[in-house]
Design a protein around this ligand. Structure first.
Ligand code: PEP
Ligand code: MN
Length: 264
């Protein structure tokens, strides 16, 4: 079902007035984690002002260590839904377990499956039973075939609204947090009809690389971007402040993307 052989036309996922996978370049921006109502409200305002369409923010965070901040949970979903509604943005948040799919879908417009859960088959099966769009991140050690098979689980369950997200893979390089596999973008577009989104934030782990890798992703054919942005990255509650853009960088980047788009 994920293959272009069986479905030659591009899949376009329409959510309210936003079309993902069509003509529009979709930008999802926001913090790694929802922290407080004031934080998410202010970031939502900035995402909207810059021309973004979707507010990102994690309420449930998959942390490498059990003692790290794990997210604010359901309260974060409520804070983010309010900020999205107030500022006219769609919202995306990560869901980690099948049990939390329904509550996350109640508050968010798009559900994110993180890299660590790409092969959480119970989670994928559960996401197949609803119609809420899913942004499926590539496992950091997964091949394209494994990635597309993970998408297949959701599609096979009856949910056609799946987008594929390249977020960097593990390589021998340690300078960057991950290696953003730019080739994945045109390869996935060739193999599949599903929209392809790039995450240059987790893909590089370094703020100064996010802007060039965003532009490279668009040039490679990405249908959208998911980018971390924070008003106070140095004091963010996850370690992802180092890869979060400052609001003015985010706004300038979106201006540059508008200039770039007509050339492609
Ligand atoms: C995130 O988007 O904050 C995140 C945890 O992403 P990933 O699953 O790609 O690490
Ligand atoms: Mn993050």
């Amino acid at each position: 079902l994920a293959s272009r052989d069986f479905h030659p036309a591009d899949t376009v996922i329409k959510i309210k007035d936003v079309e993902i996978g069509g003509e529009q370049l979709v930008v999802m921006g926001g913090p790694c984690a929802v922290e407080t109502p004031e934080q998410i409200d202010e970031i939502a305002r900035l995402v909207k002002a810059a021309g973004g369409q979707v507010l990102r923010g994690g309420a449930f965070k998959p942390r490498t260590g059990p003692y790290s901040f794990q997210g604010v949970g359901v309260e974060g979903l409520i804070m983010m839904a309010e900020a999205g509604k107030k500022h006219g943005l769609l919202t995306i948040t990560e869901v980690m377990t099948p049990e939390y799919v329904d509550v996350c879908a109640q508050y968010a417009d798009i559900l994110q499956v993180g890299t660590r859960n790409m092969q959480n088959f119970d989670l994928l099966r559960k996401l197949g039973t609803i119609q809420t769009p899913v942004l499926l991140k590539r496992g950091f050690s997964s091949t394209y075939d494994e990635f597309l098979n993970a998408a297949e689980y959701i599609l096979a369950g009856g949910n056609p609204n799946v987008m594929l997200c390249e977020r960097g893979i593990r390589t021998f390089e340690t300078y960057t947090r991950n290696t953003l596999d730019l080739s994945a973008i045109p390869v996935l577009k060739q193999l599949s009809h599903l929209p392809v989104i790039s995450d240059p934030s987790h893909g590089t782990g370094r703020r100064e690389l996010v802007v060039p890798m965003t532009k490279a992703s668009v040039a490679a054919g990405a249908d959208g971007l998911i980018i971390e942005m924070h008003t106070d990255p140095d004091n963010s509650m996850t370690g992802d402040g180092v890869q979060s853009l400052f609001p003015d960088q985010f706004a300038n980047l979106l201006v540059d993307l508008e200039k770039l788009a007509p050339l492609l």
